[in-house]
Design a protein around this ligand. Structure first.
Ligand SMILES: *Cc1c(COP(=O)(O)O)cnc(C)c1O
Length: 412
């Protein structure tokens, strides 16, 4: 392993490389022997077809890539439920898609109302501020959904050109169940609506055209069960008009939506596309289409309901009351005297199940996105969670949890 280094040292040129060649461990001795079951807030497990596609490299331009991109856009239109032509991808995390939507639609002086439910919706506000936009936030009480009346008042008062809102706030597991009516109020007031659907797209209904949404963003590693690092977004025709009539080009060259059409609409060069990740995304979308959205939504609902029933039967508390509770990431209140990091470390180390801590809320989170919504994963997760709590000194009823899970699944 160090032959080369030894060779250069022996050949009398020890000073040629002032930084010595490092000795590192192979991945096989870093990664756990048994792969962890990824039941956190993403990344989620990926299907074999996605993993295989992710190992392929093709030319980033040319007819093969053009055929792949054509299909990715067609499938994405189905998943977004939009007829808009302006569907595109971006090399980067969900946050890059978020930044692409915001920095193309907002600029210095733009009036942006950001409805903030937590960590991720607040991120949109921060991105909007950085464009020099005039940003106002509507801060929603933690653990509750945004209210249409309050949103309407804020829109009336502030007269925004753009409203940002999150569909599912992964950080505190709140579902903005009034998204449709808030979008409709915003639209009626002449504002464009940007929706963060990173954790919800393809897990629950979000019909972009029917709800009059102008930009929807998502990542790869959550609902779609693809890899992290390649993300998707869609702009409405109205959003596109605003982008085309901007007074100045956006600051971020890589995230410039007009330039992105070179690759996503004209089979030519913008930057070298993340080829393997695009192929992986193709396969993830193909599996969504094969399943159909109806059946995929039903699977998510059924699995998440069962997980929630199992958690409650363990005698643990769910963080968000039922009406505003997000299905795609379930927040579990931490029992007295137990820390989130203890729970996450213990369940990972002893049961090879990964779950998520939080960004401040006193909870741990279990994902129900894409491949996480499989019965066998649920049984393993509820068992691992129950055992972990017992090991940490929390009195839970493990058999009752497993029974409730089974009852809920077989009743559905
Ligand atoms: C995960 C997540 C993001 C951020 O996605 P990254 O890929 O980490 O950038 C944004 N919004 C929501 C709702 C998320 O769940």
């Amino acid at each position: 392993m160090n032959d080369r280094h030894t060779f250069s040292a022996d050949s009398g040129t020890p000073d040629t490389f002032s930084i010595a060649c490092p000795t590192v461990l192979p991945l096989s001795s870093i990664l756990p022997e048994e792969p962890l079951l990824m039941m956190g807030a993403g990344p989620v497990p990926i299907p074999d077809a996605v993993a295989k596609a992710n190992g392929v490299v093709i030319n980033h331009l040319g007819s093969t890539m053009a055929a792949v991109i054509g299909q990715v856009k067609t499938m994405a239109r189905y998943v977004f439920q939009t007829e808009s032509k302006w569907v595109m991808g971006v090399a980067g995390p969900g946050s890059a898609a978020m930044e692409m939507a915001i920095t193309n639609l907002a600029w210095k002086g733009s009036r942006v109302l950001c409805i903030c439910n937590g960590f991720f919706s607040e991120r949109m506000a921060e991105m909007a501020r950085r464009t020099g936009a005039h940003v106002e936030t509507l801060n929603v009480v933690d653990g509750t959904a945004a209210d249409t009346r309050q949103a309407a008042d804020a829109i009336d008062r502030f007269r925004p050109e753009i409203v940002t809102i999150v569909h599912g706030e992964t950080s505190n597991t709140v579902w903005n169940r009034s998204l449709e009516s808030i979008a409709s109020v915003a639209r009626a007031a002449g504002a464009l609506v940007i929706v963060d659907a990173v954790c919800t797209l393809s897990t629950m209904p979000l019909p972009m055209d029917a709800w009059g949404i102008d930009a929807v963003i998502t990542g790869g590693q959550k609902g779609l069960s693809s890899i992290p690092g390649v993300s998707l977004l869609a702009f409405s025709e109205a959003a596109w008009q605003r982008i085309m009539t901007r007074p100045v080009p956006p600051t971020h060259w890589c995230l410039d939506a007009a330039l992105a059409t070179n690759f996503w609409h004209n089979a030519s060069y913008h930057y070298t596309a993340p080829v393997s990740g695009v192929l992986a995304l193709h396969e993830a979308l193909r599996l969504v289409c094969a399943e159909t959205l109806e059946r995929r939504f039903a699977r998510h609902q059924r699995c998440s309901n069962a997980l929630q029933a199992g958690v409650e039967a363990l005698a643990l508390k769910l963080y968000v009351p039922k009406p505003s509770r997000l299905n795609s990431v379930v927040g579990i209140a931490l029992p007295q005297g137990v820390s989130g990091s203890d729970v996450c470390a213990h369940i990972s180390r002893h049961h090879h199940v990964e779950i998520a801590g939080s960004f401040g809320a006193p909870i741990v989170r279990i994902g129900q996105m894409g491949e996480q919504c499989r019965e066998h994963h649920l049984f393993r997760t509820i068992h691992a969670l129950g055992r972990t709590m017992i090991d940490l000194g929390v009195a839970v009823d493990l058999p009752a949890g497993v029974a409730a899970l089974e009852r809920s699944l077989s009743a559905a």
